[in-house]
Design a protein around this ligand. Structure first.
Ligand code: ZN
Length: 349
C-alpha cells in the first residue's frame, strides 16, 4: 500500500511529549505503546499529518472515557484554561515539534509542496496545528510569531469555552447545536487566520460556531477530525446540513477513528468491525463528493478500533476500503490527494 501514503488530519502525539511520557528520540526509535512512532509510521504507510498542540484540561480523560462507555451521556465542559498557562504549554509544543524534527522523526511542513515531498520520505510530514486557541492573545502577536515557527492550522476552541467561543460538549445522543457560537473576538480571530492563511478547523465547534466561521471565512471549510451525524448522532459529528455547507465551500472532512464518534450507539468501546467506518465513509462521500473526504485519525488522542490499533494498522483500513470497491484513483484522494488539494487552496499556494 506504499503507493497510498496517508496524510492524516489530526493526531495528539505532541501531548505525550509535553507530558513527559515519551522523548523525541524514542519516537524516532520506536515506542512500546501509543499510536504513532517512526517505525510504525513506516510500516503502516502513515506519511504524516497535522500534529496538534493541545493544552489538556485538569479533568481526567480516563473518567470521561468511562462515562462515554455508557450512553446516553453528557459530559460537562471542563473549566477554562488561562492564557498564561496555555502560552507556556504551547511554546513547549513548538519546542517539541523542533525536537521531533531534530531527532529525525518528522519534517515540519509549511507548504503543500513540503507535505507532498515529505509524504514518501523516511520522516513523517508534520503540519503544526493548535487545538483550542487559549494561548492566542487578542492582538494576535503570538499568532503571527507562531506562524513564523510553522503554525498552519488552528481550532478556535477544543470542547471547552474560550474567549473566542464555545466548544461542543461530548454528548450522545445530541446534535451539535449546543449553545452560543463565536464571540466578537472569535470572529476577529477567524479574519486574522484568513489574512495569515492559517487553516481554521471546525472540529470541536458547536453548531452556531460552525455557522459563524462559515459566514466569515474566505477559505474552504474543513473539519480535520469529525464524522457523519447521520451514522452516529454524537454532538461531535457533522449533520447533513453542515456537510452540505462544507461541500459548497469546496472544503473537506477527515474521518475520526474515535470509537464513540464512529459507533452508531455512541459507545466508547473499540471492539467493532470496520464496516462501521465504511458507513461513515459512504455517507461522507455521498454528501461531500469524492474530492472532499480524507482521514483524521485522532491517533494518541482517542480510543481507536481494535482492527486498526495504531498507525501500523492503517493497511487494515485501506484493505477494507479496497474490498468496499475503492479504486486506485479514489484511494489516492482519500489517503492524501484531497488533503493536498485543500491545503494548497487554503494556504494560497
Ligand atoms: Zn480533537
Amino acid at each position: 500500500m506504499t503507493d497510498f501514503p496517508v496524510f492524516d488530519g489530526h493526531n495528539d502525539l505532541i501531548l505525550r511529549l509535553l507530558r513527559g511520557d515519551v522523548t523525541a528520540d524514542a519516537v524516532a526509535a520506536g515506542l512500546p505503546d501509543g499510536h504513532i512512532d517512526k517505525p510504525r509510521a513506516k510500516a503502516g504507510g502513515f506519511g504524516g499529518g497535522m500534529f496538534a498542540i493541545f493544552v489538556p484540561s485538569p479533568d481526567d480523560k480516563a473518567v470521561r472515557h468511562d462515562e462515554m462507555r455508557n450512553p446516553p451521556y453528557d459530559i460537562a465542559l471542563p473549566t477554562q484554561v488561562s492564557e498564561a498557562e496555555a502560552t507556556d504549554w504551547t511554546e513547549r509544543g513548538f519546542d517539541a515539534m523542533d525536537n521531533l524534527e531534530a531527532a529525525g522523526a518528522i519534517r515540519i511542513c509549511r507548504t503543500a509542496s513540503d507535505v507532498e515531498a515529505a509524504l514518501p520520505a523516511d520522516e513523517m510530514a508534520a503540519v503544526t496545528h493548535i487545538e483550542g486557541a487559549e494561548a492566542v492573545d487578542r492582538e494576535f502577536a503570538k499568532l503571527n510569531q507562531w506562524y513564523d515557527r510553522g503554525l498552519r492550522s488552528l481550532g478556535p476552541v477544543w470542547s471547552r469555552d474560550t474567549v473566542w467561543g464555545h466548544g461542543v460538549p461530548f454528548r450522545y445522543p445530541s446534535d451539535p447545536d449546543t449553545g452560543p457560537g463565536l464571540t466578537d473576538a472569535g470572529k476577529a480571530l477567524i479574519r486574522e487566520c484568513n489574512r495569515l492563511k492559517i487553516l481554521v478547523d471546525l472540529s470541536h465547534l458547536n453548531g452556531k460556531g460552525f455557522e459563524d466561521v462559515a459566514r466569515i471565512t474566505d477559505a474552504p471549510l474543513v473539519a480535520t477530525h469529525s464524522n457523519a451525524w447521520a451514522v452516529c448522532p454524537h454532538s461531535r459529528n457533522l449533520t447533513d446540513r453542515q456537510l452540505a455547507v462544507i461541500r459548497d465551500s469546496d472544503g473537506m472532512v477527515g474521518i475520526n477513528f474515535a470509537s464513540a464518534f464512529l459507533r452508531p450507539d455512541g459507545r466508547m468501546e473499540s471492539e467493532f468491525e470496520l464496516d462501521i467506518m465504511l458507513r461513515h465513509f459512504d455517507h461522507l462521500v455521498s454528501s461531500l463528493g469524492e474530492d472532499r473526504v480524507g482521514l483524521g485519525s485522532d491517533f494518541d488522542g482517542a480510543l481507536v478500533p481494535d482492527h486498526i490499533e495504531d498507525c501500523a494498522g492503517l493497511p487494515n483500513l485501506l484493505t477494507a476500503l479496497r474490498s468496499h470497491g475503492v479504486d486506485d484513483g479514489l484511494m489516492t484522494k482519500i489517503t492524501h490527494g484531497n488533503w493536498l488539494r485543500v491545503l494548497r487552496k487554503t494556504w494560497g499556494q
